[in-house]
Design a protein around this ligand. Structure first.
Ligand SMILES: *[C@@H]1O[C@H](CO)[C@@H](O)[C@H](O)[C@H]1NC(C)=O
Ligand SMILES: *[C@@H]1O[C@H](CO)[C@@H](O)[C@H](O)[C@H]1NC(C)=O
Ligand SMILES: *[C@@H]1O[C@H](CO)[C@@H](O)[C@H](O)[C@H]1NC(C)=O
Length: 362
């Protein structure tokens, strides 16, 4: 019995060695191969689209407050969520996370602006007298708006252009950590199958998964999972690989646990983890196909504030990108459905950027 194992082991080692030798030889041949066109072509296919700033977009001064979120609707129009005259500063919350400025009433300006994708002009305004401290905005494929308000400690689903939410998560102005409460929720992702993921958020560092009707299904991470989040700040689903990618901000990484859609047998798999020294505090993620586009924010004077193109399956950063004069305080990112444009929202200076996603030169 034992001897058989030894023989099997030796045989295996021999083959592994053989494969290594062969692959090394192979690479040697490739480098010298004068007919290397095939390789260049393969590279081009594997290289992701490069974000290029669209200049003079928007053409108008949109007079924005802190732009905390951007999403794209089914007409490929960017929709932004901003704080108008409110700012989050050290007076906004007290030590127990209670919002301290509710006496000001809700923001009176429109907080949700739909922009023309070609010139950035405002097409439609919505969301006056509803919100206190805007944070997250997601638009699903039926154009429902999914909104989080950190001051209210709530998350909402609004049907297009309706001002009464059809779903409410959390209790108004009541921070908490049980299944009925949220505490400064940051971001929402909605699956095509209807499941809802709410990142909750600044205080609880957990993600709540609900069915389409708003019934709680599970909490991520659960006690048995080898995953600890520190301010999950933004979510992006990659349904084709059943992953929920999280901008795990204070852990300075992107983690992609299983989303658990389509009744995939949930094997005890570790989450995909993308972390490298230059990543810093990672604020936002958006998916395009199986890739993640991400932005970081201020971490320290040494770290550039920039965008990252990430391949979660290989757990690698494939590219870095930024506008010519850099970002200041990027807070959210979104990619349009057909993948041709990418938007980045910034807080201070308050700004919305449009990027074209350009295929790399052949
Ligand atoms: C924070 O504010 C809430 C309500 O505004 C109050 O009930 C609570 O006691 C305050 N917490 C502290 C630590 O002051
Ligand atoms: C942006 O485009 C729309 C639609 O073509 C047009 O109505 C609007 O005037 C344009 N805005 C500016 C500032 O050019
Ligand atoms: C993607 O959508 C935009 C906006 O509708 C459109 O202008 C563009 O041509 C589309 N691109 C592709 C590659 O389909």
């Amino acid at each position: 019995m034992k001897r058989e194992y030894v023989i099997a082991g030796l045989t295996l080692s021999f083959f592994v060695l053989l494969i290594i030798i062969l692959s090394v030889t192979d690479t040697g041949v490739d480098v010298e191969d004068p007919n290397g066109d095939q390789n260049i072509q393969d590279d081009a296919i594997n290289k992701p689209d490069i974000p290029r700033v669209v200049k003079n977009w928007p053409v108008d001064d949109l007079k924005l407050g802190q732009v905390t979120a951007v999403a794209v609707n089914s007409a490929s129009q960017p929709v932004i969520f901003h704080r108008a005259d409110r700012v989050w500063d050290r007076f906004t919350f007290n030590q127990t996370n209670h919002y301290q400025q509710s006496s000001l009433g809700p923001i009176q300006d429109h907080t949700v602006l739909t922009l023309n994708n070609l010139n950035g002009s405002i097409l439609h305004k919505w969301g006056a007298n509803l919100f206190y401290m805007p944070h997250g905005l997601t638009i699903d494929r039926h154009d429902n708006l999914w909104i989080t308000d950190v001051g209210m400690h709530q998350a909402f689903k609004f049907r297009p252009r309706e001002s009464v939410p059809t779903l409410i998560f959390g209790e108004l102005f009541e921070p908490g950590s049980d299944s009925k409460h949220l505490c400064k929720p940051t971001s929402i992702a909605v699956a095509t199958t209807g499941e809802i993921f709410i990142a909750d958020g600044y205080c609880n560092s957990r993600i709540l998964k609900y069915n389409a009707a708003g019934g709680l299904l599970r909490v991520i991470p659960n006690a048995a999972e080898f995953l600890s989040l520190q301010v999950p700040h933004s979510l992006a689903l990659i349904e084709s690989i059943d992953r929920l990618c999280v901008a795990d901000r204070e852990n300075m990484r992107v983690v992609c646990p299983r989303a658990g859609l389509f009744n995939v047998q949930s094997k005890k798999e570790p989450p995909l983890t993308i972390q490298q020294p230059d990543m810093g505090r990672l604020f936002a993620v958006a998916a395009k196909g199986k890739l993640i586009y991400a932005v970081n924010g201020f971490t320290n004077e040494m770290l550039p504030i920039q965008g990252f193109t990430i391949d979660p399956e290989s757990e690698t950063v494939i590219e870095h990108w930024a506008p010519e004069n850099g970002f200041n305080n990027p807070h959210d990112i979104a990619v349009c459905a057909n993948g041709s444009a990418l938007y980045v929202a910034e807080i201070g200076p308050n700004k919305i950027w449009k990027f074209e996603l350009v295929p790399p030169k052949k």
